[in-house]
Design a protein around this ligand. Structure first.
Ligand code: TZP
Ligand code: MG
Length: 223
């Protein structure tokens, strides 16, 4: 898949599933397949936390989730691991402030891959954009139990601040987002929502995804 233009990237960010095996109560391949049926628009492989797979099992899970994404034309993004992203020819990578800067990633991955960067302030956003980020992840918007080292909860204030500073790069909110609290994030100007537990942690993954799909689609259609 070639790199989307900015308009297409905003559409991909609408309903972004971030997930690894530790986030799933059912086999990850089943969770991802149900989430795709329910309407996710982008996927990030994030195999982190207590009990995360390593070595061969890590690589094989990444490969099998990427295959499912390919079959359904959902872009496959790798969290942090540039070597994995290169080995799999992933569609992109997402990095945090503590990871390799976007300019160094760009130098290795080339122009044809998406680079997402987590940013928590206008200064971090400006730096990421200067380094060549294609989109920014902003969070945690709400309290989350899915990331042990999450920064302070910020609500929608960073999204609003970025808009007030004329920063118009594609944005996705993350952290504690579910169907009943998603709308303020879109109202503040994000292109979409990124979730772990609101999809991967649900008993009925397809139904939970459909609800978020309908809500985000409806919001964007009525903008
Ligand atoms: N980055 C900021 S919050 C977070 C990440 C990866 C975790 C989001 O998980 P959940 O379950 O949607 O709160
Ligand atoms: Mg990271």
């Amino acid at each position: 898949m070639s790199k989307p233009d900015q308009h297409q990237l905003r559409q991909y960010l609408r309903l972004y599933l971030v997930m690894g095996s530790v986030n799933c109560t059912q086999p990850p391949e089943e969770v991802l397949t149900s989430a795709i049926t329910g309407g996710i628009t982008l996927f990030q492989f994030r195999e982190k936390g207590v009990g995360a797979l390593t070595g061969q099992a890590y690589y094989q899970l990444a490969e099998s989730l990427q295959q499912i994404c390919r079959e359904h034309k959902i872009p496959f993004i790798v969290n942090d691991d540039i070597e994995l992203a290169i080995a799999l020819d992933a569609d992109g990578i997402h990095v945090g402030q503590e990871d390799i800067p976007a300019d160094q990633i760009r130098a290795r991955l080339g122009q044809n891959k998406m680079i997402g960067v987590s940013a928590h302030s206008v200064a971090e956003a400006r730096q990421a954009i200067q380094d060549g980020a294609d989109y920014l992840g902003i969070g945690p918007i709400y309290p989350t139990t899915s990331k042990a080292d999450a920064e302070a909860v910020q609500g929608t204030r960073t999204i609003t601040a970025l808009k007030n500073h004329q920063i118009h790069i594609p944005l996705v909110g993350i952290g504690g987002i579910h169907a009943d609290n998603a709308e303020p994030i879109l109202t503040a100007g994000a292109d979409g929502i990124a979730v772990i537990s609101a999809i991967a942690g649900q008993n009925n993954v397809e139904q939970a995804t459909e609800r978020l799909n309908t809500l985000t689609k409806h919001f964007i259609a009525n903008q």
